[in-house]
Design a protein around this ligand. Structure first.
Ligand SMILES: [Zn+2]
Length: 98
């Protein structure tokens, strides 16, 4: 239930960071941890996959420090979703935090 509540926040977080530059799963996991979300790979990877399947993210493989990693970047559809979400976040913050 808790996971269900925060999954939307997590998805927006991922979209936001993917809009700033390419990011891999490990980096996303670290970033989310910094924000207090301890997300398991069993939640993170299906979430990334769903965002990609939905057309919000695209991925490319690249070798970084001798390791093959999958990097994610936002798509135009993802940008539109993020812009729309920003408005909703603003509204929610204004109401909930007054
Ligand atoms: Zn962040």
């Amino acid at each position: 239930m808790i996971r269900e509540f925060f999954l939307g926040f997590i998805k927006l977080h991922i979209l936001y960071h993917a809009s700033k530059g390419r990011i891999c799963g490990v980096e996303i996991k670290e970033e989310l941890r910094r924000h207090g979300y301890d997300i398991s790979p069993g939640t993170l990877y299906p979430t990334l996959h769903a965002l990609e399947a939905g057309g919000y993210l695209r991925s490319e493989e690249a070798v970084e420090k001798g390791r093959m990693r999958k990097y994610y970047t936002i798509t135009p559809k993802g940008e539109r979703m993020l812009a729309e979400a920003r408005e909703k976040i603003r509204e929610l913050v204004e109401e909930v935090l007054e």
